[in-house]
Design a protein around this ligand. Sequence first.
Ligand code: NAP
Length: 478
Amino acid sequence: MTTNYIAGAWIDGLGGELISLNPSDIREVVGAYHQAGASDATDAVAAAHAVFASWASSPIQQRFDVLDAAGNEILARVSEIGHLIAREEGKTLPDGIAEAKRTAAIFKFHAGEALRLSGEAVTSTRPGVEVEVRREALGVVALITPWNFPMAIPAWKIAPAIAAGCTIVFKPASYVPACAIELARILERAGLPAGVLNLVVGSGSKIGDVLVSDKRVAGISFTGSVGVGRSLAVGCAARGARVQLEMGGKNPLVILDDADIDRAVQISADGAFFQAGQRCTASSRFIVTRGIHDRFVEALQKRMRQLTVDHALKEGTHIGPVVDGRALRDILGHVDAGRAEGAELVEGGDRLNRETPGHYMAPTLFVGTKPEMGINKEEIFGPVASIQRAEDYEEALAMSNDTQFGLSAGICTTSLKYARDFRRRSETGLVMVNLPTAGLDYHVPFGGRKASNYGPREQGSYAREFFTIVKTAYIDPM
Ligand code: NAP
């Protein structure tokens, strides 16, 4: 399959073969690809650079039309695209369809944003002088994305970049080439001029260096792990390129004595285990106050036993497989480490065998855990959660903030006092009250704090902060 899209042409890359397998049934090849190598990445940067000036001055109606058409095509094909997402990434078909719908909504929102990229006229402090504040496109941007939302995350970087007038080198995660290729084909059909979006499918470690070091790349927007993100930031800072990083999480969900227990259990199971826990906003630490602790553990275990783990495309599946065998081994390694450090495993902990050979893992729960344990400190990125018992609200809040990460935090309570206090004192970018820590709107800002984030917010109108430069002009008309 031709794999890379550079300067409006589909080409085979020079970086060797890449095979993508269905994680629900590893006998099934989703696609075979010719990955991009370093020289292909350089060609992609050159192509984006060559058309930057013309795209940056393109009519906003043209940008609107492209983004709107892309959204329309995805909407017309949500089942098919949802199916592809489920087949390649492993989330369930309903989750895949929901991601396809969200991707369409993102394109359509940013179509409108292209029209709303207005500036300001300000009265000068000096008589006769006019002041204008305008936004200009940043330049060539490299967009590096993870595999867990293979359409939505690329869309929430690509769409605002196009709306702002930037040109793009898009490097998707190597587990999900088919979704990336589909996205590029949709934008090509939507009328995006050649060179505005260039797709390079290839190993991050080989292509990353090219994108970081090429002076023609004005900024890198990255979503992925903390280690990779920080190394990109160092490279960008060294040559003054702009950088935006959204990284991992270790998201807490606090359950207070006054919570509605049925709702708390539903929120906990959804936030921690759905999509096999492979969401950066997944709940991985339940912090439960003393009075409700035992009832909550019992009710959550009961709910966990009702969850069906199976093929992502099978009707009735709640949780599909983990993305790949290496990821599954890594998660199981965390489970072993949790046991070794004294946490009590009360549910799951094992890989599961199903009719089709895939990377299935049982939803897993530890109780009796302490804040200092590795399972409460390191991101596991799988269907694994741990419970810590707290004496009262103040201790629960302190435990929830006791982490290097700061992406999402939730609280289950019927007390307005605690809900408001938690919203104010939680050291995260997202706060959820009586809602799962995962599950977001596309028209409002998204991002974390502490080790979860570096740089401006993504999504909604805030997305323009990364993709534009603010220019202030002073004019004396004479
Ligand atoms: P990852 O290993 O950091 O990879 C992310 C992307 O970076 C992939 O495209 C990867 O390419 C690329 N990459 C790897 N090494 C690179 C290098 N040296 N230079 C440039 N690019 C490089 O993360 P992942 O396993 O795909 O995703 C899971 C992580 O993403 C978790 O930590 C999760 O919390 C985080 N995440 C965060 C958010 C958020 O918004 N905060 C959202 C989703 C996921 P290859 O695939 O070719 O290695």
